[in-house]
Design a binder for this molecule. Structure first.
Ligand SMILES: Cc1cc2nc3c(=O)[nH]c(=O)nc-3n(C[C@H](O)[C@H](O)[C@H](O)COP(=O)(O)O)c2cc1C
Length: 344
């Protein structure tokens, strides 16, 4: 099988994010202009693994475009999981996570931890490539501690015959902070016979086009910025095609929050925690609402869902705010999640 897109296709991806990119969220974002593809949050594969139903649903709802992701270190269990995945013949795409930076994960030589063990990467990829007939990809970082061995790591991954590779242009030790080094994407795109997707702070349509033009990568993957701005994939497509780029207003953002609210309150979830579930998304959105970060300040202090929605109304529709533009980039001094590794 080969990648379902070409090396010069300017393909767009929604990045996988644990506890965020479930089926409902992917559907909400897609309603604002779907990415070409999405990777679902990972299944941790070990002896007693289970495919979490909500994550599996994300792939089953749109199997041509949503890729399943595995994270694991044991070839036997991974082979079992691939065999189970084959029982869903509609699923076409499978990805291996070589990037997760959480210490409890990488210390077990899983995710980003595998970048310290090229031999293990080879044997896991041999099993996955051998057992899986569909599109097989890898999502990797540029190194573990440093990125000087990136070329060797990339060559090791290429030996496993993936159909495409996503490169998050940071090391594992950088977590989600610091500037991504896009020169590594350029290097990868030059060496690799298969398409390279650029990931890491692809924050707007302008940035996406700049990274594609500078690195000659096949496309871009956006994660936290797509939670902040669900129009980003539509804007990218418009920008790539040379059309006028849609500019959402703060009233449009209020509509997006309403959808997130309904999602956070849906299913068997407890109503009690709807406000904290909603704040998880609004933390990202708030970085583009006002340059002083007042919306974020007040929404974090809101107690209960009614209070939280009142703050949203005050900053997004009332007080003459409805027609104000939602910034395509986060405001420079506004930090979405000050104490969180996944902050913008
Ligand atoms: C909350 C959160 C959860 C994540 N979960 C996953 C995951 O399940 N699988 C994965 O490959 N990457 C995961 N990532 C990494 C993202 O896919 C992406 O590589 C990273 O956020 C950089 O892209 P961005 O700057 O566009 O957000 C996660 C990131 C965040 C912030």
């Amino acid at each position: 099988m080969s990648a379902p897109f070409a090396k010069d296709s300017r393909t767009t991806f929604l990045a996988p994010m644990q506890d965020i990119t479930d089926a409902g969220f992917i559907s909400i974002v897609s309603g604002y202009g779907a990415p070409d593809f999405a990777i679902a949050e990972y299944f941790r594969i070990h002896e007693f693994y289970e495919f979490e139903p909500d994550v599996l649903k994300a792939a089953l709802d749109n199997p041509e475009r949503v890729c399943v992701q595995f994270i694991g270190e044991d070839e036997t269990h991974i082979a079992r999981a691939v065999a189970e995945l084959r029982m869903y013949p509609q699923i076409k795409m499978l990805d291996l996570n070589l990037g997760c930076p959480a210490p409890k994960v990488y210390k077990k030589n899983v995710g980003g931890g595998l970048l310290r063990h090229p031999g293990k990467i080879r044997s896991i990829m041999r099993v996955m490539r051998g057992e899986w007939g569909g599109c097989f990809s890898v999502k990797m970082r540029t190194g573990f501690e440093e990125d000087e061995n990136f070329k060797e790591l990339l060559e090791c991954v290429l030996e496993g015959r993936p159909d495409f590779i996503t490169v998050h242009a940071r090391t594992v030790k950088q977590l989600y902070r610091g500037a991504p080094d896009y020169s590594k994407i350029r290097q990868a795109a030059k060496i690799s016979p298969v398409p390279i997707i650029a990931n890491g702070d692809i924050s707007s349509a302008d940035k996406a086009l700049k990274v594609i033009e500078e690195t000659k990568c096949a496309g871009v993957m956006s994660g936290r910025h797509a939670v902040r701005n669900p129009w980003i994939f539509r804007q990218m497509r418009e920008k790539f095609d040379g059309r006028p780029v849609f500019e959402p207003t703060l009233a449009d953002v209020r509509g997006y929050i309403e959808k997130l609210h309904d999602h956070a309150a849906s299913g068997k979830r407890r109503m009690k925690y709807v406000d904290s579930r909603l704040k998880k998304y609004i933390n990202f959105i708030g970085a583009s609402v006002d340059e002083k970060g007042e919306f974020l300040y007040h929404m974090r202090r809101a107690r209960g869902i009614a209070d939280l929605m009142k703050v949203c109304d005050a900053y997004l529709v009332e007080n003459g705010n409805a027609d104000k533009k939602f910034s395509p980039e986060p405001y420079p001094d506004v930090c979405s999640r000050p104490n969180h590794e996944g902050g913008l």
